[in-house]
Design a protein. Structure first.
Length: 590
């Protein structure tokens, strides 16, 4: 084109023949949709799988924004190539320099969409500039936004995929705990457990002796004084999503302590450390965060613990001395699952059983309690983060495994599979099942809802039939409880109650995030610990949601299961543990 014709085109169209005004409405729309998608789970927490919208949709919209730049932006091809290359280079360069906790999912959720959005936003602002400078400035904005991720570290995500970011230079909760522990002096006069104190533990492991999250025996007040229950002690602890096993006067839990996974015994009346057993192991995933996931199990004076990386230990609960250990990864040839080994060990008779996540017949493995040798194993889905569940149908003991394919009943003596009920889902199951009456089992998932089945047994086989299936209760990893004719638990991020006989919803209210619940059965009360550490006292009322009292009990994300023994409430998360005395019915609560 001649100089004269170029001037004629500029005069007639107002555009340079080389640099045209950009078509800006598509990136504006895409950036608005990215913001909406990111906060969609906050606005609509009750929708199934809503976390996936905020987690992945902004990144997909970001790719569409780059596609707009390459195809419909009206930029010339040199601009398109260099703009795309500059943005990808920013993402690539930052990937090498990120804090290790910021790699993986945080890149998809934060770094990638914000970097591309900054590139697109600057182009819309400068879209009328008919010069290559608009692309240069947009690429610079992408580099600046990508560089912001270099300033952060990540402690994991909440249930709605909101990450717990902190400045990179600030000490983490684990750093604070380790520094405090290093400067502390050993407490004098802390006496360890005795054989007698370990003989009949009131809360021997995950969710109690039946793994049902039910506390019985005490009647508690339905009102609290101003300020809530009396706080007896509070301590820093290492990161983990473990709960407590409780013997008379002692608590047992698991923690991450630097390069060591630790099984720890604390005095129940003071929170003072009694002993700690360390093994070199460290597990972190960018969603679940750092540390062990399972809860140790007390049995006959011994403590069984499974670490997130697959170490199964038997310890003397009096001293913490290691009696034997096995590495599940060496047995199965598998790496830890995405979110770590999460199965709290189950002891029945003379074997300890765990979900080993192995191929073929190495899905569930039973080890001899005395020797640690493998006694039997059987096939099981990998897609499970729940714990094995003890049942006793038809006068015999069983172990129930719930996974992506459905539910499986296993003979704990032989490992033979007694029955399988198929209810396949395109995902994992991470919630304990529940025994209902003498012949029914209830199990759930976020992906497909809840199902109640009825079992029958003849001399030769077991059978099961579906009584109902409902999407009115869809917990992710948040266990439910049953009281009377009602089921109480989390439907996504919202607390709910459904009818046990029909699966129909009674009510749905209380946005407690993805927390946990325990039933105070004799008092018709529920204690909910919200995802952000708020303690909530609820009436176990199938007719309506009745919130009786609240208390901010712990700081930050709390996925750990609460424990109530006697009138003591034990809570912990990835940074602190606390003990409260709950007011009983006989106490003055005015």
């Amino acid at each position: 084109m001649s100089h004269e014709s170029a001037e004629t085109e500029v005069a007639s169209t107002g555009e340079s023949p080389r640099y045209r005004v950009l078509r800006c409405w598509p990136p504006v729309l895409l950036i608005v949709l990215m913001v909406v998608a990111r906060y969609f789970s906050v606005w609509f927490p009750e929708l199934p799988m809503v976390w996936a919208v905020g987690a992945f949709v902004p990144a997909l919209l970001g790719l569409l924004l780059l596609l707009w730049w390459l195809t419909l932006s009206r930029a010339n091809w040199l601009e398109r190539f260099l703009g795309l290359a500059g943005t990808i280079a920013a993402l690539g360069a930052v990937a090498f320099l990120l804090h290790p906790t910021m790699r993986g999912a945080p890149q998809v959720v934060l770094t990638m969409p914000t970097t591309i959005a900054a590139f697109g936003l600057m182009l819309t602002v400068l879209g009328r500039w008919q010069t290559f400078h608009r692309t240069t400035v947009a690429v610079a904005a992408a580099w600046l936004m990508a560089g912001f991720s270099l300033l952060l570290q990540n402690a994991g995500a909440t249930g709605d995929f909101s990450f717990d970011f902190n400045w990179r230079w600030r000490p983490s909760a684990e750093d604070i705990f380790l520094a405090q522990r290093a400067s502390a002096t050993n407490a004098a006069g802390v006496v360890g457990p005795t054989a007698e104190s370990l003989q009949s533990p009131p809360w021997p492991g995950f969710r109690g002796s039946l793994r049902d999250g039910v506390q019985s025996g005490f009647e508690f007040a339905s009102t609290w004084r101003a300020g809530g229950p009396a706080e007896l002690w509070r301590i820093k602890v290492g990161p983990a999503w473990s709960s407590f096993a409780v013997a008379e006067g002692f608590l047992f839990t698991q923690e991450q302590r630097g390069a060591q996974e630790s099984v720890v015994c604390y005095a129940a009346d003071s929170g003072q450390e009694v002993w700690a057993h360390d093994i070199k192991s460290r597990f972190f995933d960018e969603l679940g965060g750092l540390g062990p996931r399972a809860t140790p199990t007390l049995d006959q004076g011994n403590l069984y613990a499974l670490g997130a990386a697959g170490w199964l230990l038997k310890l003397d609960a009096r001293t913490g001395e290691r009696l034997w250990q096995v590495n599940l990864g060496e047995i199965t040839g598998q790496s830890p699952p995405m979110w770590g080994y999460s199965c709290s060990p189950l002891v029945m008779n003379d074997v300890v059983m765990v979900h080993a996540v192995g191929p073929q017949d190495l899905g569930v493995i039973a080890f001899d309690c005395q020797t640690g040798q493998r006694r039997w194993s059987c096939a099981a889905d990998k897609d499970s983060y729940s714990s094995l569940h003890p049942t006793q149908f038809f006068g015999q003991q069983q172990v129930v495994f719930v996974g992506g394919s459905g539910v499986k009943f296993i003979d704990p003596k032989t490992g033979n599979v007694l029955h399988e009920h198929a209810f396949p889902i395109a995902g994992y199951r991470a919630v304990q099942p529940a025994v209902v009456d003498a012949d029914k089992l209830l199990f759930t998932s976020e992906y497909a809802g809840s199902r109640l089945i009825q079992l029958q047994a003849s001399e030769t086989e077991w059978m099961s039939k579906e009584l109902w299936t409902t999407r009115n209760l869809k917990p992710d990893f948040n266990d439910f409880v049953i009281h009377g004719d009602a089921i109480y638990g989390f439907d996504g991020n919202v607390f709910a109650c459904i009818d046990l006989a029909t699966g129909q919803r009674n009510w749905k209210s209380g946005r407690y995030g993805k927390g946990q619940v325990i039933l105070l059965a004799a008092s018709d009360l529920l204690l909910v610990i919200s995802e952000m550490g708020e303690l909530v006292l609820l009436q176990a009322d199938p007719r309506e949601h009745v919130e009786l009292a609240t208390l901010q009990a712990l700081p930050g994300k709390t996925w750990n299961h609460p424990v109530v023994v006697g009138d003591r409430l034990y809570l912990r998360n990835a940074s602190e543990a606390v003990c409260y005395r709950l007011p009983t019915k006989s106490a003055d609560v005015r």
